[in-house]
Design a protein. Structure first.
Length: 338
């Protein structure tokens, strides 16, 4: 069990959640990547939920555990040392503040670019105590997860009969790919604090509801609850944790590239646990100059794009002007925004 220090719970991170929260949801699609029916099931899951769990994925538990233990060591450092690796602008160490527009959560994190060009001086502070071990753990983990995610994207291309089959995966493998990696630590909450917020019918929000702007994301966490996803009807459901598996979600860019056929997943993390949660997330994004438009082979005859044309750079710039929970795609819908 990961137990890290427990800072006092500030009022600002206790937010009344606006939609109903139901119990654990047992119908989350579970995809065995080696199953011959996996391709069809992945596409179904992307259409219905924008979300699925992957088992038999080929990423070793050893890599996951090595990185988790390095992350735990980092988050255990004195606050002043962690702060030296911040602020996150956008990469580096962040504490409670998420993004540049006033969002807060019961979380501290490290945000990295997976593109070596963007690795800055700050990363030296991030990796300060044991540079080689931590840096290698991040690099090895990211390479393995990127490969697994690329395989998923190629299975999607096969099922949708898109050619060439690497039309999506090449964007993540490109050396200019603008992909991110995030380590999140949600500190445990003491029993009395939890009782107090529950009695008042509220939840401690670890990471507020949002969709990911990128193409696709892969989350792995320790065995702690907290992740919730929003279903089509707006109900929030808790995802039972599984530290052996990955949870994959569709991002805004893949929703656009499939002209709305796949659903970008709205999700959030509630810090409602006596145990601290550590999650590691790979966000697969395209190179900055890439045009994000529906894939021509997916368009029916006469079908029009639901979205205005934009590059990933334009979308990202616009995303960083929004609040976490905003619907970022609306501005780019042909029938919405301005
Ligand atoms: C959500 C997905 C990723 O965690 C992230 C986040 C980013 C940040 O934490 O800096 C953003 C958020 C995310 C979307 C809107 C902007 C940017 C915070 C925020 C308010 C790293 C990303 O790419 O977009």
């Amino acid at each position: 069990m990961v137990v890290l220090s427990q800072p006092a719970l500030d009022d600002f991170s206790v937010i009344k959640t606006c939609k109903p929260t139901s119990g654990p949801f047992n119908e989350i699609p579970v995809i065995d990547l080696k199953n011959p029916k996996a391709k069809a099931r992945i596409v179904e899951a992307c259409e219905e939920f924008g979300f699925f769990k992957v088992v038999n994925h080929g990423v070793s538990m050893e890599l996951m555990e090595k990185l988790e233990s390095e992350a735990v060591k980092f988050f255990k450092l004195p606050q002043s040392e962690k702060d030296r690796a911040g602020p996150p602008n956008p990469f580096g160490y962040g504490n409670k503040r998420i993004g540049p527009n006033g969002d807060v959560g019961w979380v501290e994190y490290l945000l990295f670019s997976t593109n070596l060009e963007f690795i800055s001086q700050k990363s030296l502070s991030i990796f300060q105590k044991n540079p080689e071990v931590f840096r290698c753990a991040v690099n090895e983990y990211v390479s393995a997860v990127r490969e697994m995610v690329c395989e998923v994207l190629e299975m999607i291309a096969d099922e949708l009969k898109i050619e060439p089959r690497n039309v999506l995966s090449r964007l993540l493998r490109d050396e200019k790919s603008d992909s991110f990696f995030r380590l999140n630590h949600y500190p445990a909450i003491s029993f009395s604090e939890l009782q107090a917020v529950r009695v008042s019918g509220r939840n401690v929000v670890g990471f507020g509801e949002h969709t990911d702007p990128q193409i696709i994301s892969a989350v792995r966490s320790n065995n702690t609850t907290g992740l919730q996803i929003s279903l089509r009807d707006g109900a929030w459901v808790s995802v039972p944790p599984d530290h052996h598996s990955f949870f994959i979600n569709v991002g805004d860019s893949l929703q656009v590239m499939t002209n709305g056929r796949f659903r970008s997943l709205r999700h959030r993390v509630l810090a409602d646990s006596l145990k601290s949660r550590v999650s590691m997330i790979y966000f697969g994004g395209p190179p900055l100059g890439e045009k994000i438009t529906p894939l021509p082979s997916l368009m029916d005859k006469g079908e029009e794009s639901l979205y205005k044309e934009f590059t990933w750079c334009e979308y990202k710039k616009s995303a960083y002007k929004t609040r976490l929970g905003d619907n970022r795609l609306r501005l780019f819908e042909k029938n919405g925004g301005n």
